[in-house]
Design a protein around this ligand. Structure first.
Ligand code: ATP
Length: 814
C-alpha cells in the first residue's frame, strides 16, 4: 500500500517537472529567435506599461484622497453635491471615513404609472369602488392582499435587471442548492446506515468523509441564504423608503396635506415609514425563503418519495397537505388584521412620546408630568391589552399546529414508509426491490433498512418542509397585515399627490376636498385674491368651516400690506392659502411663481430651526451647495446677521459649522430674528411675515422692517400690533362687524383713516374728561367699604391698601 502511494507520488512530480521544462524551453527558444529590435520594442512596451500603470495608480490614489477630503468637508458643512442628471451625491459618515451615496429621485412618470395600481385597483380585489380605495380594507389572505403585494413588488423590483432581481435570483439559486444537498444527505444517510449494518468499514469511513464534506458546503449555503435574505430585505426597504420619501416630500406639500387635509393615515406617516415598512420588507424577504424553500423541497421530495414509495403514498401525502392547510386556515385567527391594529396602536404610543419630546419645555413649565404620564400609560395599556389578546389567541392555534405538524404527520410518515414492506405491489421502487429481494432473503433486511432510513429522512425533510409551509400561513397572514398598512400609506400619498378626490353617488359636501373650484395662478407679479372664501378645511371627506365668505385684495410691488384683526379670525389662513397649504375653494388667487429668491417667501408664526450648522439656520431651506451656487459666502451671511441684529452669533456659538439643538439654544426673540435673517439672505420679492417680530423689542422691530423694505422686499405682515402700521401702505382689517366675518381693505393715511383716528381721539378725550368724576366716585365707594369692616359695633382695622391710599382709612381708625 505504502509502496503504491510513493510510486503515485513520484509519477506526479515527474509530470509537473516535464511540464515546466517544456514551457521554459519554449520561451527560451522564442527569445533566442527574436531580433534585437523586437526585444528593444518589447522592453520599451514593458517599461511604458509599468510607468503608465504607476501613473494610473497615483491618479487613482489622489482622486480617492480628494474624494475622501471632499466627503469629510461635505459632512462637516451638512451639504451635498448636485449632479447633472438631477441626482444628488451625499456623503454619510462611515467608520473613520465617509461613504458616498448617489440618490436618484423617482421620476414623475413613475408616479403616474403607479397611480393606477394604487388609486384604481381592480374591482375583483374588493379594494374600493374602482375609483378611490377605501383607506382601510380588511387585511387577510385574499385577492386584495395579492393586488396590494404585487403593487408593492412593482416598486421594490422595478426592472428584471435591477439589483433586487439579481439578489433574489442568487437567493433562489442557494435555496435550490440547499434542497439538492438535503437530497444528497438523505441518500448518504441511508448508505452510511447500510454500510454500518453490513459491517463494511472502508465504505462506512468513506461515507463519513463525504458527510463532513457535504456538511461544509451545506453550512456555507445556509449562511449565504441568511445573508442574502437580509440583503433582499434591506434592498426592498431602500427602494420603498426612497419612493415614499419622494412622494412625501415634494413641491405638492404632501407631508402637510397628508395629516392636515386627507387624514387617511391618521396623525402622521412616521410610524408607517419607520416601523411598518421595515416589518413589511423583512416579512416579504423572509417569505421568499420560508415559502420558496419548502415549496421546492416539497416538489423534489414528493417526486423522490413517489419513486420509492409509489402513487398511493403520494396521494396520501397530497391529501394530507390539503387537509392540514384547510384545517389550519379555518381555525387560525385573523393574524393580518390583528397585526395591522397592533401597528396602529404602536404608532399612537410612539407619537405620544415624540410629542412629549417636542414639547418638553412647555410641559415642564406647567409641571404636566402626571398628566402626560396618564396619557402615555393609557395608550400603553391599550397596546398591552391588544397584544395579550393576540397571545391568548395564539395558544390555541399553536397547540393545534404543533399537534398536527409534529406528531400526527410523523405517525402518518411511518405509515407511508411502511407501504413497500406491507403492500409491496403499491410501494413504487421500494416495493419492486422488496419483491425482487424476496428471492435473495439474506440481503433483504439490510436493503429494507437502507430504504427505510432514506425514506424516513426524506419524510422528515418533507414533514419539515410541509410544516414550514403551514407555519408560513401564519407568516403570510401577518405579512398581509403589514402589506395592507404600507399599501394604505402609499395609496393615500398618491391620492394626495394626484389630488384625486372624487365623490360618486352622493352630493359633494360644501368645501370638502372634492369641492375645490378655485384657481391658484402662479406667475403673477404681486399678491391677489379675487372673491376667495377663507375656509379652514376639514379632514376628507368632511367639509370645511367658512371663516370669511369672500375676500378680495391686491398687493403690488412696493405696496406693503398689514393684515390685522382679533385672534382666530383667519389672518394666518390667508398666508396658508397663498402658500398652497389650504385649497382655493372658489375665486382666484395669484402669487409669484417661485418660492424664495425672486419669488415669495413665508415666515411662519412659530419660528422653525432646522437640524444642522449655524449656517444652515440662516440659509434654510437652501443647503451649503445652493449657497455656493448663488455665489454667496460667509461674509454675506455675516452681513445678513448684522442686519438682523444678530452679528454676535457666529462668535458666540463658535463658528458657522457649529451644530447644536438650535431651538433650545436661541431665545424667542433670537429665533424670530434668525427668521428675518433668512428673509434678508433669500431676498424674495414678496414676503409674508406672520407675527414674525412679536417677541422682538419695538425699537429693533422698526429697524428690521426698514431693512427689509430697503432690500426691496414687499411685505405682507400679519400682526395685531397697531404700531406696525407706519411701515405699511395698506391695512386689511379682519373680524369686523357684528359676527366678526366682515373685513376692510384700506390705504393707511387716507382721509377716511384720518377721520377714523380723529374719532378715536375724540372718544379718548371724552373719556379723560370723566376721570375726575370717576375719582370722586372711587372715594365714595372706599368710604362705604370701610364701614362694612365694622363687626359687632367695633370698628376693625382696615386692610393695608385702605390705610395707604384712602382718606376713609383715617375716619375708621379707633
Ligand atoms: N389646520 C387647521 N385645520 C382646521 N382649522 C384650522 C387649522 N388651523 C387653524 N384652524 C382654524 O382656523 C381659524 C383661523 O386660524 P388662523 O391661524 O388663521 O387665526 P389667526 O387669525 O391667524 O389667529 P392668531 O392671531 O391667533 O394667529 C381658527 O379658528 C383655527 O381654529
Amino acid at each position: 500500500m505504502a509502496a503504491q502511494s510513493t510510486l503515485r507520488h513520484s509519477a506526479a512530480e515527474e509530470a509537473i517537472a516535464a511540464f515546466i521544462d517544456k514551457y521554459s524551453d519554449l520561451i527560451r527558444t522564442r527569445l533566442r529567435n527574436t531580433s534585437r529590435t523586437t526585444r528593444l520594442l518589447a522592453t520599451l512596451a514593458l517599461a511604458t506599461s509599468i510607468i503608465l500603470s504607476a501613473e494610473g495608480g497615483r491618479r487613482w490614489w489622489k482622486s480617492r484622497r480628494d474624494e475622501k477630503e471632499q466627503g469629510r468637508k461635505l459632512v462637516r458643512t451638512n451639504s451635498w453635491l448636485h449632479n447633472k442628471d438631477g441626482s444628488r451625491t451625499i456623503y454619510v459618515p462611515y467608520k473613520d471615513s465617509t461613504s458616498k451615496v448617489v440618490i436618484h429621485g423617482t421620476k414623475p412618470l413613475t408616479f403616474d404609472a403607479h397611480r393606477r395600481l394604487f388609486l384604481n385597483p381592480p374591482r375583483v380585489s374588493g379594494l374600493g369602488d374602482g375609483v378611490v380605495p377605501a383607506a382601510q380594507t380588511k387585511p387577510g389572505l385574499n385577492l386584495a392582499f395579492l393586488h396590494q403585494f404585487l403593487s408593492l413588488m412593482s416598486i421594490m423590483i422595478p426592472r428584471w435587471n435591477s439589483k433586487e432581481a439579481g439578489l433574489l435570483l442568487s437567493h433562489g439559486g442557494f435555496l435550490i442548492l440547499r434542497t439538492y444537498l438535503s437530497l444528497v444527505v438523505a441518500r448518504l444517510d441511508g448508505e452510511i446506515v447500510r454500510d454500518l449494518v453490513a459491517g463494511n468499514g472502508k465504505q462506512f469511513l468513506w461515507g463519513i468523509t463525504k458527510w463532513c464534506g457535504l456538511g461544509g458546503i451545506a453550512s456555507y449555503t445556509n449562511a449565504m441564504i441568511k445573508y442574502l435574505e437580509s440583503k433582499v430585505s434591506i434592498a426592498f426597504r431602500t427602494r420603498l423608503t426612497r419612493y415614499v420619501h419622494d412622494l412625501y416630500l415634494n413641491e405638492n406639500l404632501n407631508y402637510y396635506k397628508l395629516s392636515n387635509l386627507d387624514g387617511g393615515v391618521g396623525q402622521g406617516a412616521d410610524q408607517y415609514i419607520t416601523q411598518d415598512l421595515t416589518l413589511f420588507c423583512a416579512a416579504a424577504a423572509n417569505l421568499y425563503s420560508s415559502l420558496g424553500k419548502p415549496f421546492v423541497d416539497i416538489c423534489v421530495f414528493n417526486y423522490q418519495l413517489y419513486r420509492s414509495l409509489g402513487p398511493l403514498a403520494l396521494t396520501g401525502l397530497l391529501s394530507n397537505y390539503f387537509l392540514t392547510a384547510s384545517i389550519l386556515r379555518r381555525l387560525s385567527p385573523p393574524f393580518g388584521k390583528l397585526k395591522a391594529v397592533e401597528g396602529r396602536k404602536e404608532g399612537d404610543f410612539r407619537s405620544l412620546h415624540a410629542r412629549l419630546i417636542a414639547n418638553a419645555e412647555e410641559v415642564a413649565f406647567y409641571g404636566g408630568a402626571d398628566m402626560e404620564k396618564y396619557f402615555l400609560n393609557r395608550e400603553f395599556k391599550s397596546l398591552k391589552n391588544w397584544m395579550e389578546g393576540i397571545y391568548m389567541l395564539k395558544i390555541r392555534y399553536n397547540i393545534l399546529e404543533d399537534f398536527i405538524l409534529k406528531y400526527s404527520w410523523s405517525a402518518y410518515g411511518y405509515l407511508l414508509s411502511s407501504l413497500p414492506v406491507f403492500l409491496p405491489a403499491w410501494g413504487g421502487l421500494g416495493g419492486a426491490t422488496e419483491i425482487a429481494e424476496q428471492v435473495a432473503n439474506s440481503s433483504r433486511e439490510r436493503s429494507r433498512m437502507r430504504h427505510f432510513i432514506t425514506n424516513k429522512r426524506l419524510m422528515l425533510s418533507l414533514a419539515d418542509a410541509g410544516g414550514r409551509m403551514m407555519y408560513s400561513i401564519k407568516d403570510l397572514a401577518e405579512l398581509a397585515g403589514y402589506t395592507s398598512r404600507v399599501y394604505t400609506l402609499i395609496s393615500t400619498m398618491h391620492r394626495v399627490h394626484a389630488d384625486a378626490y372624487y365623490v360618486r353617488g352622493r352630493e359633494n359636501e360644501l368645501y370638502s376636498l372634492s369641492d375645490v373650484q378655485g384657481t391658484m395662478q402662479k406667475g403673477f407679479d404681486g399678491v391677489r385674491l379675487e372673491n376667495v372664501p377663507v375656509v379652514a378645511p376639514g379632514l376628507w371627506p368632511q367639509g370645511g368651516d367658512e371663516l370669511i365668505e369672500s375676500l378680495s385684495l391686491i398687493v403690488r410691488r412696493g405696496e406693503h400690506l398689514l393684515i390685522s384683526g382679533p385672534n382666530g379670525v383667519g389672518k394666518s389662513a390667508i398666508a396658508r392659502i397663498f402658500a398652497g397649504l389650504w385649497p382655493v375653494y372658489r375665486g382666484l388667487a395669484s402669487r409669484p411663481k417661485a418660492t424664495g429668491e425672486d419669488g415669495i417667501m413665508f415666515l411662519p408664526q412659530r419660528p422653525y430651526l432646522t437640524i444642522g450648522t449655524l449656517r444652515d439656520q440662516v440659509i434654510y431651506p437652501d443647503g451649503e451647495a445652493d449657497m455656493r451656487e448663488k455665489r454667496k459666502n460667509e461674509h454675506d451671511l455675516k452681513r445678513v446677521l448684522e442686519d438682523a441684529r444678530l452679528g454676535y452669533l457666529p462668535d458666540r456659538e463658535g463658528g458657522w459649522d457649529t451644530r447644536k439643538e438650535w431651538k433650545d439654544v436661541l431665545s424667542g426673540g433670537e429665533k424670530q430674528r434668525v427668521a428675518i435673517a433668512r428673509l434678508l439672505y433669500h431676498e424674495p420679492q414678496y414676503a409674508f411675515i406672520d407675527e414674525g417680530t412679536s417677541a422682538v423689542s419695538s425699537d429693533v422691530e422698526g429697524l428690521l422692517y426698514e431693512t427689509c423694505k430697503e432690500k426691496g422686499i414687499t411685505l405682507i405682515t400679519i400682526s395685531t400690533r397697531a404700531s406696525l402700521k407706519k411701515y405699511h401702505t395698506y391695512n386689511l382689517v379682519l373680524g369686523m362687524g357684528e359676527h366678526g366675518d366682515e373685513w376692510a381693505f384700506e390705504r393707511i393715511g387716507t382721509e377716511r383713516e384720518k377721520m377714523h383716528v380723529e374719532k378715536e381721539l375724540a372718544d379718548l378725550r371724552e373719556r379723560l374728561a370723566q376721570v375726575e368724576e370717576w375719582k370722586r366716585r372711587r372715594d365714595e365707594i372706599e368710604k362705604e367699604l370701610a364701614q362694612v369692616w365694622v363687626e359687632g359695633g367695633d370698628a376693625l382695622s382696615p386692610p393695608v391698601q385702605a390705610e395707604v391710599t384712602g382718606p376713609a382709612a383715617e375716619e375708621t381708625q379707633p
